[in-house]
Design a protein around this ligand. Structure first.
Ligand code: ATP
Ligand code: MG
Ligand code: MG
Ligand code: MG
Length: 477
């Protein structure tokens, strides 16, 4: 089943059940304090918190999302993209737990011929919050699941709250069992390679009080109006339905992977490290395409910096596959062709998008060329002096002035038989960060307020790490 078909079935299913179909909001969230839309619920936050009366009692969407905190997982797990689409159904004080569970089970297990997604009940497991006896009972009754396929888990994974006083409630998640070839038979609680999380149902039913962290707070009572917020990963369902190994092999992504492999003269599936790089490239090109299509342009701060990082990581990954010339014209065209059916704007706006992307690639390739010259000289000088370690300030200069990534410095130094004084490099980086932080504080940029991110810490694990991540990961580039 093509990704577009799953997308269509999702909206049709909920539209037929009185949900208002709401188009995806931009990846650039309306909320100026949030870098990107990280979940389907983001555009609905004012209705879910009750700040604004909902214009409809039920809604459904397929929301474009970016999660930069998953960047290190990309290509290594089968299920984490920096860009992905979250299918959601929402109830604003309308239906609640039993109906939400019933809908989810019905859509997943109705046969493909009858318009459903055609999963076999025997392949599905669910988790509930350990004290949520009501959800457990509904799953037993509605889905006929035996007790051992309903696992109770703690607040860490199965409780939602904003991180501050306000709405809160248990979650229930649905997992697909890929079978014994992928891991041990202990259910989602034990293994997340074998059991792929596909859908999270959040039951907003309580009012929580003060407290710290995700688990340590007091429940003050029931909410006057209970809400439902769910999120199903479109790419995850697509890869399971398309019989491929991971989300980078689905119809919307695979063509980019194949193009990268062809450019590099690699056979996908032959060498694990190369496969990871190809998956990273396929993911990042798509994310960059979608971000630029929503108006983000490469820059040195905020959203533009995330985009720049994705583009540079793509260049870097191609280089690690042995390609040192420009590849974006091929890769972005492939991604456009794979995404334009779902998002026609990536085609109509492609001239502008591709110009930005190609210019960024050219600039970074020049950086790599000039940095390589400087590094070669430094390596020769170090060797002539009879030393085996490249100075930390050389690595820092390369990074700071020439934008030359540290991992590349490490790799090229190693090829020349040298180590790098990483300690000195790290401490120079730390003082630079402290300076940047002081600067940002002085500028009081709109993006410097981190408090809002706590609002979204609740859909499963932490959803966004904002600037902390920018800092800790700046060493990647
Ligand atoms: P995981 O534990 O696998 O990282 P999650 O618990 O962080 O997922 P949720 O916050 O519950 O995910 O988001 C709802 C759904 O969105 C998930 O069940 C999954 O299907 C999908 N999803 C979440 N993160 C990603 C991602 N990085 N790439 C693709 N799909 C995702
Ligand atoms: Mg989850
Ligand atoms: Mg999870
Ligand atoms: Mg996650």
């Amino acid at each position: 089943m093509q990704t577009a078909e799953i997308h269509r079935r999702w909206l049709d299913f909920f539209a037929a059940r009185a949900h208002t179909v709401v188009p995806s909001a931009s990846l650039v969230s309306d909320d100026p304090s949030l870098l990107f839309t990280v979940a389907g619920m983001v555009p609905f936050v004012p209705y879910l918190t009750g700040l604004v009366p909902a214009p409809f009692p039920r809604a459904t969407s397929v929301q474009k999302c970016i999660r930069t905190n998953d960047i290190e997982e990309v290509g290594k797990t089968p299920r984490h993209g920096t860009f992905f689409q979250m299918c959601g159904n929402f109830s604003f004080g309308d239906y609640f737990k039993e109906q939400a569970i019933t809908y989810a089970w019905e859509l997943l297990t109705t046969s493909e011929a009858d318009g459903g997604l055609g999963f076999e009940p025997k392949d599905l497991w669910v988790t509930v919050y350990e004290d949520d006896d009501e959800a457990r009972e509904i799953w037993r009754r509605v889905a006929g699941l035996p007790d051992d396929r309903i696992q109770g888990l703690g607040k860490d994974t199965n409780y939602w709250s904003t991180g501050q006083p306000g709405p809160a409630g248990p979650c229930s998640e649905i997992f697909f069992d890929r079978g014994p070839a992928y891991g041990i038979d202990g259910g989602p609680a034990t293994d997340d390679d074998r059991y792929v999380e596909i859908w999270n149902l959040v039951f907003m039913q309580y009012l929580r009080g003060e407290g710290t962290g995700k688990a340590d707070f007091e429940i003050l009572g029931d909410l006057p109006r209970k809400n439902i917020d769910t999120g199903m990963g479109l790419e995850r369902v697509a890869f399971l339905k398309q019989g491929v190994e991971n989300m980078y092999e689905i119809d919307q992504v695979r063509p980019v992977l194949d193009r990268a492999a062809a450019l590099a003269g690699k056979t996908y599936g032959a060498i694990h490290e190369d496969d990871v790089r190809l998956r990273v490239i396929a993911d990042h090109v798509r994310s960059a395409l979608m971000l630029m299509s929503d108006g983000v342009t490469p820059s040195n701060e905020g959203r533009g910096y995330i985009l720049r990082r994705l583009l540079r990581r793509t260049v870097r990954s191609m280089r690690l596959l042995g390609v040192e010339t420009a590849t974006f014209p091929e890769l972005f065209t492939a991604s456009r062709d794979a995404m334009m059916a779902a998002y026609p704007e990536v085609a109509s706006d492609f001239t502008r998008i591709s110009r930005l992307a190609y210019a960024e690639e050219e600039a970074f390739l020049r950086t790599l060329t000039s940095g390589t010259g400087i590094l070669d000289t430094a390596v020769a000088n170090t060797q002539r002096a009879g030393k085996s370690e490249l100075a930390g300030d050389t690595a820092f200069l390369l990074h700071d002035t020439y934008g030359f990534p540290i991992d590349l410095t490490l790799e090229m130094a190693e090829e020349a038989g040298l180590s790098v004084d990483r300690k000195a490099f790290d401490s120079l980086m730390a003082s630079q960060r402290a300076r940047a932080k002081a600067d940002a504080k002085a500028k009081k940029t709109a993006l410097a307020d981190l408090s809002v991110y706590s609002t979204f810490r609740s859909l499963g694990e932490t959803v966004f790490t904002g600037y902390t991540e920018l800092e800790t990961e700046s060493s990647v580039l």
